[in-house]
Design a protein around this ligand. Structure first.
Ligand code: HEC
Ligand SMILES: [Cu+2]
Length: 334
């Protein structure tokens, strides 16, 4: 059971035992130190307990005998107060060392840090990239370049974290420790990795009914793939290429979708929900909950409360024809 849980976590990219970034590695080391020391304590305590049970058990030959009493013994009182205090002190020192090792990002000369602002919402993630040619806004799937490919440029990732509503916590176990997103406060977190892949994460601070479905994906890719993705994200939304798509766009723009969603290049400029400019560049919908395919998207536009009960997008009560048109249009937003 334990093993298969660990296996499940590794398979699904959420294991603290498979770090791919220096901060996550430091945290694993600290974890092993604490587990090793605690296992040692357990072993010693159990050994003494078993020894006493056997050595001082009641003897049939002398049923009234008692072991020697140590109650009130000064040396023993001192020993079992100082030993735990020293062990806790050791943990504090180890914690401070880990903390100072992971707190400040190393930014060597010639490196090109990637700066992303992360904003937590009930129950999805917003990402802002600051690039030389302006801002890119997207949601739920964080794309990043690998750092130092074959001894090339180091690209530490520096996240600035904020919240739009309540407390959330950003946690991608294979990349870094947890960090809270707190209303009215700005936190930072850094990591970097040489290993491409998709790393899964999760909001780690209870934030309301759909907290458990506030998932996130970090896609770490080659510098070229990352550049291509970013260049695409920077562009305004694709123009409709036929009448159906044009009708779909008109339907979307005439519905109150525009109060909550932005599609850059159109009049839709809402910021309450995820930016939809390049919706189809995402693999999942609703913060990693379901696959971004036609059926799920149609279900979502028809009534998001079926997929994610309690989420902050109401059912918009469009007619089936309108839903089809809007879905068709959204599916053209690559
Ligand atoms: C009251 C604000 C509001 C309105 C109006 C609204 N939405 Fe949403 N929408 C949201 C929120 C909030 C989310 C994020 C839900 C979540 O994941 O918890 C969302 C999510 C979505 C998503 C999934 C995005 C993603 O990447 O996961 C799509 C697609 C979407 N809305 C389309 C629409 C369409 C189409 C309309 C109009 C028919 C619409 N929305 C109207 C607030 C709104
Ligand atoms: Cu949350």
């Amino acid at each position: 059971m334990g093993c298969s849980l660990v296996h499940f976590a590794v398979q699904n990219g959420t294991s603290i035992f498979a770090p791919v970034s220096p901060p996550a590695d430091q945290i694993r080391q600290l974890f092993f130190l604490v587990v090793a020391v605690c296992a040692g304590i357990l072993f010693i305590v159990e050994a003494v307990l078993i020894y006493s049970l056997l050595r001082f058990r009641r003897k049939p030959s002398d049923p009234t005998s008692e072991p020697p009493q140590v109650y009130g013994s000064m040396p023993i009182e001192i020993a079992w107060t100082t030993a735990p205090a020293l062990i806790v002190f050791l943990f504090v020192l180890a914690l401070f060392r880990t903390e100072s090792n992971i707190r400040v990002p190393p930014i060597p000369e010639g490196s090109e840090p990637v700066h992303v602002t992360v904003i937590g919402h009930q129950w999805w993630w917003e990402f802002h990239y600051e690039t030389e040619d302006g801002k890119v806004i997207t949601a739920n799937e964080l794309h990043l370049p690998i750092s130092d490919p074959d001894g090339g440029t180091q690209r530490p990732v520096i996240l600035t974290l904020q919240s739009a509503d309540v407390c959330h916590s950003f946690w991608v176990p294979r990349l870094a420790g947890k960090i809270d997103l707190i209303p009215g406060r700005t936190n930072t977190l850094w990591f970097q990795t040489q290993q491409p892949g998709t790393y899964l994460g999760q909001c780690a601070e209870f934030c309301g009914v759909q907290h458990a479905n506030m998932l996130l994906r970090v896609v770490v890719e080659s510098p070229e793939e990352f550049r291509r993705w970013l260049d695409n994200e920077r562009k305004p939304a694709r123009e409709p290429s036929n009448d159906t798509l044009r009708k779909g766009r008109t339907t979307f723009l005439n519905t109150s979708c525009v109060n909550c969603h932005r599609i850059r290049g159109t009049t839709a400029d809402g910021a309450f929900g995820p930016d939809l400019t390049h919706l189809m560049a995402r693999k999942t919908l609703a913060s990693g909950m379901v696959e971004n395919d036609r059926a799920q998207l149609r279900q979502w536009v028809d009534d998001p409360q079926v997929t994610k009960p309690g989420c902050l997008m109401p059912a918009m009560k469009l007619s089936p024809t309108e839903i089809d048109l809007v879905v068709e249009y959204l599916r053209s937003l690559e």
